[in-house]
Design a protein around this ligand. Sequence first.
Ligand SMILES: Cc1cc2nc3c(=O)[nH]c(=O)nc-3n(C[C@H](O)[C@H](O)[C@H](O)COP(=O)(O)OP(=O)(O)OC[C@H]3O[C@@H](n4cnc5c(N)ncnc54)[C@H](O)[C@@H]3O)c2cc1C
Length: 290
Amino acid sequence: MNEFGSVLENVYLKKYNTYGIGGIAKYMVFPSSEEKLVKLIDYLKNEKMSWYILGGGSNVLLPDEDYDGVIINLKELNNYEFDKDIINAESGISLGKLVSVMLDAGYTNLSSLMGIPGLLGGAIIGNAGAYETSIFDYIISVKFIDEDGNIKELNKEEIKYDYRWTEFKEKKVIVLSAKIKCINGPVAEAKEKIKENLEKRRKSQPLEYKNAGSVFRNPPSHAAGYLIEHSGLKGITVGGAMVSEKHANFIINFNNATSRDIIKLVELIKSKVKDVYNVELELEQVKVNW
Ligand SMILES: Cc1cc2nc3c(=O)[nH]c(=O)nc-3n(C[C@H](O)[C@H](O)[C@H](O)COP(=O)(O)OP(=O)(O)OC[C@H]3O[C@@H](n4cnc5c(N)ncnc54)[C@H](O)[C@@H]3O)c2cc1C
């Protein structure tokens, strides 16, 4: 597989996701261009090898079991170019880098997203957002490999998306790149606001521990964190996993948690919140089964 990009063998997945969990993957490939990624997918199909796409690993709940397949790591697919007020960026660019290059060019419209870890592809899959801005507010079109292996580009209007959800989340597609609208604004003010937002995150989120962001989507009634906290669940543990004392919609890996610990804790939270509030919490994080 070296012809498609660098290849690692027997990879400890703990190093590749922000929860710090998971087994060993037989291979990890870092495609070095879009063309090579497309060829890699063809190759894997012919060889009947299974594959899984990983971005920054900041929204996944990987299994403890080893993976007898290929993890495709997109971090080297990170080119971008501006065309007037549009940036066309590959899916492996980090969200932080994307916000920075836009700010350097005088565009402030994505600055609320600074502080969200991970890569653009992951942000598109889950319509990531913060402080009243979501990535789909500014998406113009998304280019991807569909489930039959064809390259497609869809305009935003043709894609189903919602709060922290897109139809891509439920399909085996690969986001290659996206065109994003750029809007000029006061850069110095935006940078000040970013500092404030990062400080808010530091104060309200358990960033000192391994975690994968919000565990559940916010239901219409109350924030998930409120429901979990008021169900008396802050600080409860299963094995090495704990409901954060700082923010109840975060599960932290405080002591070598396994995926099983986190999943048991997720189930416990869901059932307690259902008992107390009659609300069915839905996972925001992606629970992966090999
Ligand atoms: C401390 C912390 C704070 C966070 N704050 C926020 C926040 O404020 N707002 C928010 O929305 N999220 C937040 N998150 C969650 C997470 O950072 C985002 O969901 C992020 O966009 C995920 O990107 P990723 O590259 O890490 O995706 P990954 O976790 O690598 O992948 C997520 C899913 O997308 C799939 N995927 C990834 N890239 C592609 C691709 N190119 N093509 C097809 N499928 C792909 C994966 O297979 C997986 O199913 C936070 C997480 C942490 C740890």
